[in-house]
Ligand binder design. Structure first.
Ligand SMILES: NC(=O)c1ccc[n+]([C@@H]2O[C@H](COP(=O)([O-])OP(=O)(O)OC[C@H]3O[C@@H](n4cnc5c(N)ncnc54)[C@H](O)[C@@H]3O)[C@@H](O)[C@H]2O)c1
Length: 240
């Protein structure tokens, strides 16, 4: 597979390494210094684009790829208010789009357990729930896309929570997400249920960025020859 990497920062470099190990070639890298190379004639040399740039630039880059007719795997977080526009563009151009707020296989198993636990907790109103996440100091968005996915999945299953808030809640129906930016932490997420009697916690800690890069390259392999919008549940076969 020939890959264009859009966003050649920490993740872009890791993706290049993993892609080469898996026998793929990286035909072009786009970073803030050569955005002019993001042109249809360059994209057309590749089978897939993998986008890990910034919250400000991701949506335009993804739209550009879809308009150019190249399948795109997107990993940048902090732009998903534009998701519906991207999905419409994907359908309009009969294109291929894959998005995950977190490409780690372990985290997606964690997402699955989170949904199951929230559904179970619907019956046990004595438990209140909050989310804690910690990342390296360079991370630009807060809360993390992963924490937002966890929160939205809980809200979808637990009727006593109707929205999330980054910080202390103003009312009981709000699900608080507490974010820490410290050192070089690749990513820690905890979902914590607390009652007067006990604490029950789901915990995930990434050891490096490699797991994210591997998941993104596996997603690029998965979408070859497919049309439509996909996510990690499609790749891993995890039901809701
Ligand atoms: N989905 C996941 O599993 C996952 C995992 C890790 C990181 N992320 C997200 O991926 C994104 C990138 O993370 P990172 O750690 O590599 O950040 P980074 O800051 O190291 O890299 C971002 C790169 O994007 C480049 N860039 C800026 N403007 C651009 C443009 N217009 N076009 C192309 N590139 C441009 C920057 O020069 C920089 O090199 C962040 O949003 C982060 O939260 C997602």
């Amino acid at each position: 597979m020939k890959i264009v990497i859009i966003g050649y920062g920490k993740m872009g470099h890791e993706i290049e390494k993993v892609a080469r190990e898996r026998g793929h070639s990286v035909v072009l890298t786009i970073d803030e210094n050569n955005t002019g190379d993001l042109a249809p004639e360059n994209l057309n040399q590749a089978d897939t684009a993998i986008e890990f740039s910034t919250p400000e630039t991701a949506a335009d880059n993804i739209l550009f790829c879809l308009e150019a007719g190249i399948p795109v795997v997107a990993g940048t977080t902090g732009w998903t208010h534009k998701m519906e526009e991207i999905k419409r563009s994907c359908i309009h151009h009969d294109g291929t789009f894959f998005y995950a707020s977190n490409y780690s296989i372990g985290v997606n198993i964690f997402f699955y357990l989170n949904r199951k636990l929230a559904a179970l907790m619907e019956r046990y109103a004595q438990y209140d729930v909050h989310i804690r996440e910690a990342h390296h100091i360079h991370k630009k968005d807060s809360p993390s896309g992963t924490a937002i996915t966890l929160a939205e999945d809980i809200i979808g299953k637990l009727s006593r929570k109707s929205s999330w808030i980054n910080g202390h809640p103003l009312e009981r129906a709000q699900l608080p997400i507490f974010s820490i930016r410290e050192g070089e932490i690749p990513g820690i997420h905890r979902v914590i249920y607390e009652s007067e009697e006990d604490t029950l916690e789901l915990f995930h800690s990434a050891k490096s960025r490699r797991g994210f890069a591997l998941g993104a390259v596996m997603a690029a392999e998965f979408i070859q020859g497919k049309k439509g919008c996909f996510g990690m549940n499609d790749l891993l076969g995890l039901e809701d």
